[in-house]
Structures are given as C-alpha cells and as structure tokens.
Design a protein around this ligand. Structure first.
Ligand code: F6P
Length: 552
C-alpha cells in the first residue's frame, strides 16, 4: 500500500513552520487592539456552549494554514472511516465506535457485516434496568436489604471515566452512594470497605479484558471480605456484577451469565464510559440523566461529523493545540475546570489524550520526527490559582490552557459562583495581556525609586499566554456529554493529523511484563538477576519490608 509521506514533509507543514517564524513575535494584546472584531471571528457557539478561542497566538492565516494541514492529512476522510466502522485501529484490527454507543436505536453501523446498534441498545437496556432496580430498591441484597452503596472495582478507563462523570453529576445523584476502587494498593479497597455494609452493597467489577491484575486482585479481596461478613457463596450473586468484553473470564471468576453486562472490543477503555462501564453513573443518577448524557455526546458527534472544519469545535481545539505542541514546542496542556464537580476531568483527560496520542510511530510503524501528544494536566479553579498559576503567569514556559466555566452553579451560593466566574475570566485576561514594566512601575509610585527599581521587574507579566475558554450554561448531563465528546474528538483530530493510531496502547504492556518477573523476588531470597539498581531496590525492600512489620 503506497504510504503517504509523513505529514511533516507536506507543503502545509512547511508553510506553518514559516508562519510560526513570521508571527511568533506578535502579542495578543496588540492583536486585540488592532482588531475589535477579533472575538467575533474567533469563537463558536453550539447548543448553549461558547468556545472562545480568541485568546490564542493565532491569526486568520494561522487557522487557514492549520486547516490546510488537516486537509492534507485527509482528516475528513479519517472521520468518515471512524464513523462508519472501518477498522482504523489497525494494530488491533478493530473498528473504533465509541460514537456508536451514542446512536439512537434506529441507526445502523456494521462491523464485519453485522449491525452492532441493536447489540449496543440491548446492553444499554440491561445496564439501565439493573441501575433502575438498584435505585428503586427492587434489586435487594441477599438478605432483602435495599442497596445503598455501589462499589466500582476497575482501573484506567474502567475507573477514570465513570468516576469523573459520577462526581461531575453529583447534583443529580438520587440515593445510591458510589465508591471507586482502582489501585492494587490495599488502602484503596480497605478505605471503601470501612464505609459500607455488606448486606447493602453491590460490587461492580469493571474490566473490558477481565485479566487486569489490579482489578482481579481487588475483586477477589472484596469477595473474600463479603464472605467474612457472614454471607454464603450462594449469596454472592446478589452483590457482585461484572462489566466486560471477556464473558469466559468473568464466568471463570464465578460470575453468573445474568450478572455479566457486555461491552465491545471496538470501544477503547478510555472511551467506554458511554457503555455499560457507565453502570456506576446510571446507579447514581438514573436512566433519564444517563440518556441525557448520551444525547449530549451524540449532539457533539453530529456537530463534529457535519460542520465545516473552520467552524468545527473539536477540529479547532485540536488544531490550535497542535499549533502550540508541534510548532511552538509547548510540551504540556492544562485543563482547568472552574467547577468543583469537574475536579476529576483532568485525570480522565490524561488517559484519554496521553494513552491515545503518546506515541512516536505512525500507523505504518514509521518513527515520527516531531513531537506528538502533549502532557495533559490540571486541577480545579480557583484552587489552581493558589497552587501553580504563578508558573503559568511568570514562568519560562508556554503552557496553553483550557478554562471550563459553567455560567450557573448547582449550589445556592450565588455570590460565590459569581466570584468564581470572575476569577476565570480575569485569569484568562491576565494571561493574555500580561503587565508591562511601565505598568508595574506605575503601580509602585508610592515607593522610593530604589524600591521601585528593585520591585517593578518582579511584577512584570509577559502575557501572550494562550487560553481557550469554554462556557456552558450549567453542568448538566447533556452538557457534560457534549464536553466529553468534544475532547474525544479533539484527541482524534490530533492523532489523525499526526498520522498515529490513537486507539491502541502497546506502551502499557511492557511494565506489566517486567512486574511479573520482579514480584516473586520481593517474596523470596533468590538472587535477583536484574540491573544493579533494580537488584538494590529489591534488596532494600526485602530488608525493610520485614522491618516494617516487626516494628509497626
Ligand atoms: O492502561 C492499560 C489499560 O488497558 C487501559 O487502556 C484500560 O482502560 C485499563 O488498562 C483497564 O483495562 P480493563 O478495562 O481491561 O481492565
């Protein structure tokens, strides 16, 4: 198959490289001063969402060149291939159909000739029915108690997505308390078991592969704990369900078929919260709100698949992010939700983005000669202002940020919400305009000249630090669905332009294999035949592990 040349050998790439050289001296403060209509041309609205990308180091020409790059990469064609179920995850020979999870029942998408939409809605129906039964008390524990607590045992996409969405929709939670156990560190499970009553708890073992050690160890420990609470083996079925693509492994674990909810191999873990992996969300907020969340995702899908690139929100965010990452050498991208309920968003986006685009070879296995996936990080605003905003404002690095701002809060504290929003807008403005030395001097006129000479340079803010501000009217299930699908498609856009497969994750396998050879050495005194560092660390553990137990 003729291999298209890597994107960095394209004319569009060369033009962008040149464009960066000729525009990098421009300051946003001047761009706004020269063009009062700048915001008007550099924002998009969709279903009540406002995406303001005017505070970026771009001009109309930048956008034109970025879109030319996307067209060179045949982005639209790759989007169509994903949507219709082509096996674009070439290394695993799989389709990529998290978008199909959001389709209505009357839609149709074929994988190997088989229409998967009926399967999707059958699985969704089962999950929603179980959630409703738990929520209404119809699904009782083995002794007849209504369930009060759901414990999700899973990791990666079987944890981060459900946890982010469940916590983001806390204002919509009905009666079930939902807990998340992920780490194989026993503290994670023990912390939760101390809080729940076995008679009233449902454990959800979430694992697409059902071979993930962390999840299986925690599931076995939870099961042992449950039996230690005085329950018999035959009573487990009322308290343990599984969500997996590997029905055989779940059965081998002891799960009855009727307690196993299916998911699909053409949905990546980090894209799976829309499937039965979202069961904890359904138990928390109920079927109606979960369906609204799906509808928001579908609305963004329709926008993404039908809107011209210049007005396509995920395409714009993807290309602008690529502009900094690849042409300015910005290595990270911060996501700052000005919303306590969205405090887990950055952690979820870390897996979504970095496990998708943290790669150095393209789909053909060729090594890429340019930077790809950014390091995604962030925390809730305004807390972040008291943690790392100093570096964002006066540090030496270019760190593009997304600010996510709900116009309405679910809390009754109106004034506090107004202050929160004011901070988001002010920080974005300060990062854009900065503060000149002359402005800093002017603020210090009460000081003598020596003090002013010393202090003024410390109060200079270079500015020209880009932010996208994404405002939604409120953090509703629908808007959360739009927001999450927006980020999924942003990741797709960047991977498509770079020419990488955003849907496999071979990089997570190697460490697991090495762990298997090291772990036994931590429990015996056999000679360790690893590198000197690993051998020494094993020796230290052997000595101190015994020590800790003897002296704790
Ligand atoms: O981190 C590797 C990974 O395979 C992720 O892609 C996945 O979300 C996670 O582990 C958990 O996998 P599973 O759902 O199969 O247990």
């Amino acid at each position: 198959m003729p291999v298209t040349p890597p994107i960095n050998q394209s004319v569009a790439w060369a033009k962008l490289r040149q464009h960066q050289c000729s525009t990098r001296h421009l300051h946003m403060r001047d761009l706004f001063a020269q063009d009062p209509g700048r915001f008007g041309k550099m924002h998009e609205t969709f279903n009540g969402m406002l995406v303001d990308f005017s505070k970026n180091r771009i001009t109309e020409d930048t956008l034109k060149l970025l879109i030319e790059l996307a067209e060179t990469a045949q982005l639209r064609d790759r989007m169509d291939k994903m949507r219709r179920g082509d096996k674009i995850n070439v290394s695993e020979n799989r389709a990529v159909l998290h978008t199909a999870l959001r389709l209505p029942e009357n839609a149709s998408v074929r994988v190997d000739g088989h229409d998967v939409v009926p399967d999707i809605h059958q699985a969704l129906g089962r999950a929603l029915a179980l959630a409703e039964a738990v929520n209404t008390g119809r699904h009782t524990g083995a002794r007849g108690d209504a369930i009060t607590d759901v414990v999700n045992i899973g990791i990666g996409g079987s944890d981060l997505g459900p946890k982010m969405v469940t916590r983001a929709l806390e204002p919509y939670r009905q009666r079930i308390r939902v807990h998340f156990v992920a780490n194989i560190d026993g503290s994670s499970l023990m912390e939760v078991l101390r809080q729940v009553d076995a008679a009233k708890t449902l454990f959800v073992i979430s694992s697409k592969s059902f071979i993930t050690p962390e999840t299986l160890y925690n599931a076995r420990a939870a099961r042992a704990w449950f039996l230690q609470q005085g329950f018999a083996e035959h009573e487990l079925a009322r308290h343990f369900v599984a969500v997996t693509n590997n029905l055989d492994a779940a059965h081998e674990f002891g799960m009855a078929a009727e307690n196993v909810l299916p998911m699909f191999d053409w949905v990546g873990g980090r894209y799976s919260v829309w499937s039965a992996i979202g069961l904890p969300v359904m138990c928390a907020v109920g079927a109606e709100h979960f369906r609204s969340f799906l509808a928001g995702g579908r609305a963004m899908d329709e926008h993404f698949f039908s809107t011209p690139l210049r007005h396509n929100i995920p395409v714009l965010l993807g290309l602008i992010g690529l502009w900094y990452n690849t042409f300015y050498g910005a290595e990270t991208h911060a996501v700052i939700p000005y919303s306590h309920d969205l405090r887990y968003l950055s952690a979820h986006l870390q897996q979504l983005d970095m496990e998708s685009n943290g790669k150095q070879t393209n789909v053909h296995g060729e090594r890429l000669e340019f930077d790809t996936g950014a390091v995604i990080w962030g925390d809730e605003g305004v807390n972040s202002q008291h943690a790392f905003f100093q570096l964002l404002h006066q540090g030496s690095r270019l760190i593009p940020c997304d600010f996510i701002v709900p116009a309405n809060s679910h809390s009754p504290l109106e004034k506090q919400h107004q202050i929160l929003v004011a901070n988001a807008l002010a920080q974005s403005q300060a990062l854009m305009r900065g503060k000149t030395l002359a402005e800093a001097y002017a603020e210090l006129e009460s000081l003598d000249s020596h003090q002013r000479d010393m202090l003024a340079p410390q109060k200079v803010f270079p500015g020209n630090r880009p932010t996208n501000t994404i405002m939604i009217d409120a953090l509703t299930p629908f808007n959360l669905g739009m927001l999450l699908a927006m980020y999924e498609h942003k990741v797709f856009v960047q991977g498509a332009v770079w020419g990488i497969n955003s849907f496999d994750q071979w990089g997570v396998e190697y460490g697991k294999v090495l762990a298997k050879s090291i772990e036994p050495l931590l429990g015996n005194n056999e000679a360790a035949a690893h590198d000197a560092s690993t051998n020494a660390l094993i020796a230290y553990y052997r000595e101190h592990h015994e020590y800790l137990h003897q002296h704790s």
